[in-house]
Design a protein around this ligand. Structure first.
Ligand SMILES: CC(C)CCC[C@@H](C)[C@H]1CC[C@H]2[C@@H]3CC=C4C[C@@H](O)CC[C@]4(C)[C@H]3CC[C@]12C
Length: 410
């Protein structure tokens, strides 16, 4: 296996990960989404209680890590910047910011809404990555994450504002994502608007639109436009934008599709969408989406997403009691044990209703702190605690709860 040796990053252990989800124990019975939605019009989408039929077997803490599938773009951006190539750095950062959307294509299930204090760790030495996320607030629903890669750190918190508008649900992400390279260069951007269509008839799907601005202390900034789909759109999912220098001069043009690939050409190329001169043969490829998973299920998870809820050999003993992988309803769903999944989900949701009280009585996240601007920062210590298998102060959030501690008004 001579080639393999060269491909893998020397020094990083390879972890054998699964290629498919477990085969379901039972067949699932369908449920009408509309019959459930019509009773919930105007409510916060993240808090609507739906049967597990509408869930995919990963939590939003895990889904957050899906945005890092193409983290090698950041490794590349770090190397380029270190060699003094600031333009290549921002081009790769921009491609990374778009690449996170590719996993949403073909997905139509809702991730599990984590319980307050639930966490998720992803130790991917084969990618040179350490990722950690925690649900830091239940009202409003807030997640925070912190990730370290080869030469960079990436962090942020995610909150969604949702609006139901008859034809679709609109999700507006609130908050900024920050990327900091070890040489001190930083970039910040926010995610664009996501719409979910076909809630009433047909297959549910999502689309993304809006302007993404990537800025920081670099000499370059980048503007990317995610084009809103229209009924007559023959070429959906388009992203188009420019890298600009301090004076506002366009030094490179980016174009592509969030579910497929991104390219660039030097200089300014006018015309939005797919400019004629910008056929891929004259442009340079920055990012191309991985092949879809060969063993696709109804959930349409990517090969990368399939690995997120797996408990690889030796991992169970290392996890804190709050990790998403230990959440029983999600595990049941993954195994195709739908009755168990539904009853456990109901039990945990009942339990979750005491979170508001918990939060009001001064509950604080274990691994993140809120700063003056209301954004969350990792306080550190998770991987150190894991090293010592010391999970003091990590509550048993998935177990039975004591009825007396719950407000009977719910
Ligand atoms: C009502 C239910 C059954 C419909 C299922 C809707 C699916 C398509 C929804 C539910 C939650 C949604 C995700 C929620 C949050 C984000 C973060 C955002 O920055 C990009 C889109 C993304 C990743 C959404 C994609 C679409 C999504 C997966």
């Amino acid at each position: 296996m001579h080639g393999d040796k060269e491909d893998c990053d020397s020094g990083y252990p390879q972890i054998e990960r699964r290629k498919k989800l477990p085969d379901p124990v039972l067949r699932e019975k369908g449920v009408s989404l509309w019959s459930l939605i019509k009773d919930n019009v105007g409510k916060d989408l993240t808090r609507v209680c739906l049967p597990v039929y509408f869930n995919e077997p990963i939590s939003s803490l895990q889904k957050c890590f899906e945005d890092l599938e193409y983290s090698d773009l950041l490794d590349r951006a770090y190397k380029y910047g270190k060699e003094g190539n600031s333009l290549q750095r921002i081009l790769n950062v921009a491609a990374f910011a778009v690449s996170g959307y590719s996993s949403s294509e073909g997905r139509h299930c809702k991730p599990f809404n984590p319980l307050l204090g639930e966490t998720f760790e992803a130790d991917y030495p084969e990618k040179g990555l350490h990722f950690f996320s925690e649900k830091v607030s239940h009202h409003p629903t807030l997640l925070a994450f912190h990730c370290e890669g080869k030469g960079w750190k990436f962090w942020g918190d995610s909150n969604l504002r949702s609006k139901f508008s008859g034809r679709s649900i609109q999700l507006d992400p609130v908050g900024v994502l920050t990327l900091e390279f070890d040489d001190g260069e930083t970039f910040q951007w926010s995610k664009v608007t996501t719409n979910i269509y076909n809630l009433i008839l047909g297959q549910v799907y999502c689309d993304h639109h809006g302007l993404m601005q990537i800025r920081g202390n670099s000499q370059y900034s980048c503007k990317l436009k995610f084009k809103e789909q229209s009924i007559i759109e023959r070429n959906p999912h388009q992203v188009h934008g420019f890298v600009e220098d301090h004076s506002g001069k366009k030094v490179a043009t980016l174009f592509g599709k969030w579910d497929d690939s991104m390219y660039y050409v030097n200089g300014e190329v006018k015309g939005s969408g797919k400019p004629k001169v910008c056929c891929p043969s004259e442009a340079t490829l920055l990012w191309k989406r991985n092949e879809p998973a060969p063993n696709r299920t109804r959930y349409n998870l990517t090969s990368f997403a399939i690995t997120l809820n797996e408990i690889t050999p030796g991992l169970q003993e290392k996890l804190p009691p709050t990790d998403s992988r230990l959440r029983p309803d999600q595990r049941h769903l993954e195994n195709g044990e739908f009755d168990g999944a539904n009853s456990e989900k109901q039990r945990l949701e009942r339990r979750q209703r005491m979170s508001r009280k918990l939060q009001e009585s001064g509950w604080k996240p274990r691994w993140f702190r809120k700063d003056g601007n209301g954004s969350y920062h990792y306080v550190g210590g998770y991987w150190e605690a894991r090293e010592q298998a010391n999970w003091d102060g990590c509550p048993d959030i998935f177990g039975e709860f004591n009825e007396e501690t719950v407000d009977s008004s719910g």
